[in-house]
Design a protein. Structure first.
Length: 138
C-alpha cells in the first residue's frame, strides 16, 4: 500500500509506561500513538501552534486497538502512523507499533477524528482539497 502521508516516531519504554511486571500498559500505548498522531497532524498543516491560533482541532472520536504482543521495559518501539481514509466529516489514521530490535508488531490501531472548532465545540467539514492532495478515495 502506498502511504502518501505518513510519519514515524520512536519511543523507549520507560518505568512509567509499565506495570509491576515490566509490561507496557494500554494507556502508555495510547500516549505513544498520541505523539505519532500529533506529528502526522503537523504534516497535514495542523501543528500545535496553528491549532492554538485557529482553535480548530482534530479530535479523536473512535479508537480501535489490537494488542498483539507485549512490549517490555527498555524496549525501543517504532510507531508508524498514516492517513488512511477521508470521509465527509471525519478522517481515519492507522498506526502500527513494532519492537525495533526484532520487528515484531506489538500493536495495530486505527483512530477516527473530526475537526472541531473551539471553544464552541462545533464539528467542521473536512477541507475538500485533502482528498486530492493525499490521493484518498471516498
Amino acid at each position: 500500500m502506498i502511504r502518501k502521508l505518513s510519519v514515524e516516531t520512536r519511543e523507549e519504554v520507560m518505568f512509567f509506561d509499565t506495570d509491576c511486571g515490566g509490561v507496557v500498559h494500554n494507556l502508555a500505548y495510547l500516549r505513544m500513538i498520541e505523539t505519532c498522531r500529533t506529528r502526522l497532524a503537523a504534516k497535514m498543516g495542523m501543528d500545535l501552534r496553528s491549532m492554538a491560533e485557529t482553535q480548530l482541532f482534530p479530535v479523536v472520536v473512535r479508537t480501535e486497538v489490537d494488542y498483539r504482543c507485549p512490549g517490555r521495559l527498555g524496549d525501543w518501539l517504532v510507531i508508524d502512523g498514516w492517513l488512511c481514509e477521508i470521509e465527509g466529516a471525519r478522517f481515519w489514521c492507522a498506526f502500527e507499533m513494532r519492537r525495533e530490535s526484532d520487528g515484531v508488531v506489538l500493536v495495530a490501531a486505527r483512530q477516527a477524528l473530526a475537526l472541531v472548532q473551539m471553544p464552541i465545540g462545533k464539528p467542521q467539514r473536512l477541507p475538500k482539497e485533502w482528498k486530492t492532495k493525499w490521493g484518498m478515495l471516498a
